[in-house]
Design a protein around this ligand. Sequence first.
Ligand SMILES: *Cc1c(COP(=O)(O)O)cnc(C)c1O
Length: 385
Amino acid sequence: MIPYGRQNINQKDIDAVVDVLKSDFLTQGPVLPKFEKEISKYCHSQFAFAVNSATSALHIACKAVGLSEGDWLWTSPVTFVASANCGLYCDANVDFVDIDPKTYNLCTQALKVKLEEAKIKNKLPKVIVPVHLSGQSCDMKPIRELADEYNFFVIEDASHAIGGRYADNSVGSCQYSDITVFSFHPVKIITTGEGGVAVTNNPDLAAKLSLLRSHGITRDKNSMQYQVDGPWYYEQLELGYNYRMTDIQAALGLSQLSRLDEFIEKRHTLAACYNELFAELPVTTPYQSDDAYSSYHLYIIRLQLSKIKKDKKTVFSELREAGVGVNLHYIPVYKQPYYRRLGFPNDYCPESEKYYDEAISLPLFPDLKHDEQLFIADQLREILL
Ligand SMILES: *Cc1c(COP(=O)(O)O)cnc(C)c1O
């Protein structure tokens, strides 16, 4: 089976990890701050805090902006559950804004309408989590304008989008947001095994992120509330967590980061090849907005069902049987039993429902071979026509 995603690990990556294993520090050593510095440099953010997953990064991002009981967090339904769960971790309420039928990202027009309604009901959100699906940035300028008008925080879930750009800025520059989060899970663009990072330009949020990822503890004299008892002294200022990333992981991340642009170029080449191969097929290939340069984490097609005699489930199953490891990103979050129990109806967002009926993610990763792409196109043609 050709998988839908796969990491690319070379000898340099392996050597970097082995070097840490032979060193004095497996965690909280010198490599992690180096990795963070390089992440900041790459995406032009002032601060970066690496953690053990993007899920943890989203959690502490929500905590850092003060999300708590009674507050609302809104996100897109077409995302991994973590983009919404971070709100629930903070005892806040979660709601969903339907997607744009072209980009499959959170629809800014729908957001505007929902905000107007929420204002009347006095239920405005404290946090919006735009998710850059497939690595293509959401339309961040209008989201920023709405954030200023309605006074909410913007936390970008850029788990798919490291290396992407929007309006001439790197995703992660936080030009239009308060915090941006990346994931380093092996299916994502670069990997640390498990891992994630939260980046920001705001010094107050940075201080909070730094505390929250490591038990709420500080060793910085300037942040302490009481007199230093002795050289052993540290203070716990907040209820934080152990969300730290190890130096072993950071070494892998640092090495991977040096090949990030290469990976993305390769993904673009592969996507362009798919676009050509599918030109005559009854599928919609990924729309690319003029404002955004995607990191192409995913290549999602939508079946033009009116031109096909099969439903998506059949096409999907037949592709898997043919050895094409297709996947689906994502089941709209409100359909999950946990969210259904919170009161969401099964068909809550119409555009997300349509997407769910039609979308299929095809294999896309730097080592995908041209022959494999031809094979995938052949299988798809045979199944659809
Ligand atoms: C992968 C992913 C996450 C979670 O990332 P982890 O590093 O696995 O915790 C969150 N949001 C989106 C959109 C993702 O794709």
